[in-house]
Design a protein around this ligand. Structure first.
Ligand SMILES: Nc1ncnc2c1ncn2[C@@H]1O[C@H](COP(=O)(O)OP(=O)(O)OP(=O)(O)O)[C@@H](O)[C@H]1O
Ligand SMILES: [Mg+2]
Length: 356
């Protein structure tokens, strides 16, 4: 039995279907990310689970109990909002204790639990400060402590790290994961940062226009996306769209949308007449100055290079389209330059055939 089971969840605002039949199953203690572009329905999903909105259709079941008709305060779910929503006139301690005071818990018990949680989120020494006297990362910790102190059945985090700068965000990602693991709390984390979703999650659910397109482990969703949308949203990808016009063992030829013909090998069989999208990630392609042997390749001309420290991205005009190739900068070898004629190769196992 799944700890969290969302069945056919549907939400409309007027004529606009914002969530269309969402199904999501989460095992106890797992960390799931909802990843998708702005407006796809991530926050709405969290709001329906927490009870801030009512669903038009569907069920939310936590630990065997149907909760979607319960009022917010009876659901016992911790939510951290993107804006943190801390009470500005209360200090750290008071902000954290608020949820327990609402629940009429004894002063002594509150004191003990506030101390414990302040220790856990590393806010010792900051108890008397007001939110505006804290950094973004510290405010984030207060918001997390406030959500966790009620010992919620589920933790919902809405883009809660996105206000932090990159370095602090990565630190908070690790801290958040450690706390989550330690308490073993089942967590749904909303983000539109694909790297954050991949590094933190047991599973990633990719959403688009109110639907979950794919839910899978980070590795599977990156290496084996089911659609070109998922491939494109999680990192970068080259797409060669066209119709298969010939086949011989593992060697195929396609007529691309732009009327160029293109030969490639594939371990996955496709049929003549199929409309396919051959998909290859930029880091799985290689560039060469000389014609590579024993592999099939395409020829092109470097049009643009973006240096990003550990890697460089080469935009290469090939087959009348732009092909992106990423190269790790292991050595200080920057001998490929704009205007160079190059060959691009890849292993047939690195490509993927998609149909939409
Ligand atoms: N109260 C509301 N009334 C009408 N439409 C709404 C309401 N709340 C959200 N929407 C619409 O529902 C859709 C989904 O919104 P939601 O906030 O869930 O998106 P999101 O995936 O969280 O996006 P973002 O990444 O920008 O936060 C959007 O088109 C939004 O305009
Ligand atoms: Mg949102």
């Amino acid at each position: 039995m799944y700890y969290l089971n969302i069945k056919n969840l549907t939400k409309k605002y007027g004529e606009n279907t914002v969530l269309n039949n969402i199904n999501l199953q989460v095992e106890k203690g797992n960390f799931i990310s909802l990843l998708g572009p702005s407006g796809c329905g991530k926050t709405t999903t969290l709001r329906l689970i927490a009870g801030f909105e009512d669903a038009d259709y569907g069920e939310v079941i936590v630990d065997g109990e149907k909760i979607n008709e319960l009022p917010v305060y009876k659901r016992n779910i911790g939510m951290v909002f993107q804006s943190y929503a801390l009470f500005p006139h209360m200090n750290v301690e008071q902000n954290i204790a608020y949820g327990l005071e609402q629940r009429k818990i004894s002063k002594q018990e509150i004191k003990k639990r506030v101390e414990e949680i302040i220790e856990m989120v590393q806010l010792k020494g900051f108890e008397k400060r007001k939110p505006k006297q804290l950094s973004g990362g510290q405010q984030q910790r207060v918001a997390l402590a406030r959500a966790l102190i009620i010992k919620p059945r589920l933790l919902l985090l809405d883009e809660s790290l996105s206000a932090l700068d990159k370095k602090l965000r990565v630190e908070m990602q690790i801290e958040l994961k450690q706390i989550q693991k330690k308490i073993g709390i089942t967590t749904i984390f909303v983000t539109h940062d694909q790297e954050e979703a991949l590094t933190m999650s047991d599973k990633v659910a990719v959403m688009y226009k109110g639907e979950i397109i794919q839910i899978d482990t980070p590795e599977n969703i990156y290496e084996y996306p089911k659609t070109s949308f998922v491939a494109d949203f999680l990192g970068q990808a080259n797409f060669f769209r066209g119709k298969v016009i010939s086949k011989q063992n593992e060697l195929y030829e396609i007529l691309l949308d732009n009327n160029k013909k293109f030969k490639f090998e594939s371990t996955k069989p496709v049929e003549i007449g199929d409309n396919i999208i051959l998909t290859i990630r930029p880091e799985k392609m290689n560039i060469h100055k000389e014609k590579p042997e024993n592999t099939h390749f395409i020829k092109g001309k470097i049009e643009f290079v973006t240096y990003a420290g550990d890697n460089s991205l080469y935009r290469i005009k090939s087959l009348d389209k732009e092909v992106k190739v990423q190269k790790q900068n292991f050595k200080r070898d920057f001998s490929y330059n704009i205007g160079d004629e190059v060959y691009i190769s890849w292993d047939k196992k690195s490509s993927l055939i998609l149909y939409k």
